[in-house]
Design a protein around this ligand. Structure first.
Ligand SMILES: [Zn+2]
Length: 194
């Protein structure tokens, strides 16, 4: 027997769905996403809000731990097929891997250590009092995100787009305590607040 949905759920309310459709139509979005994002199922915020995207701009691939399997270890067909689907529109120009600091999935599943990634740091924002603990949280989450970016580059369908310069990769981390978004800056080798 299937339980009824909770009475306070907003799912299925025609008025909400209709207003969303109207918003998509009015904004001219819905068929032309520009960003694909791999995010964690455990994130406490709405993934759409992280980048402040408008309806239709973002295609989300969400799993436990914002993980991307290596090409040599394709045991996660679901994530791979979703990622492949997300990158089919030629309008998608950015692939973002987004982690967060208080991730329960990442710690439970473990994360392979990478000598290069372990050297990355986060930069405290001048306008934000970042404790050592917070900085460490961002660094740990960022290290995991960069490892997923390494995995992204092992897939031919992504490498081809990178070689054609039709796709750019980005890494970011959300600090769950403050809501601050940190973006990876390759030239500095550091995560810095946006
Ligand atoms: Zn998580």
């Amino acid at each position: 027997m299937i339980d009824r949905l909770p009475t306070d759920t907003r799912f299925g309310q025609e008025s909400d769905y209709a207003s969303s459709r109207e918003l998509l139509s009015a904004a001219g979005y819905g068929d032309e996403p520009v960003i694909a994002m791999v995010a964690c199922s455990d994130m406490p915020c709405a993934v759409d809000d992280v980048l402040g995207t408008r309806p239709g701009e973002l295609v989300i691939v969400q799993n436990a731990g914002n993980r991307v399997p290596l090409e040599s270890a394709v045991d996660d067909i679901s994530t791979l097929s979703s990622l492949w689907f997300a990158l089919q529109p030629t309008t998608v120009q950015y692939l973002v891997i987004c982690g967060h600091t208080r991730c329960r999935c990442r710690d439970h599943q473990g994360s392979p250590a990478g000598p290069a990634s372990s050297q990355h740091h986060c930069v405290p924002h001048s306008g934000i009092v970042a404790t050592h603990e917070q900085a460490g949280d961002v660094t740990r989450a960022g290290r995991h995100v960069l490892q997923q970016l390494d995995a992204v580059r092992t897939h031919m369908f992504i490498r081809e787009r990178l070689q054609r310069r039709s796709l750019r990769l980005h890494a970011c981390v959300v600090d769950d305590r403050t809501g601050t978004l940190y973006s990876y800056e390759p030239t500095a080798g550091q995560f810095a607040p946006v």
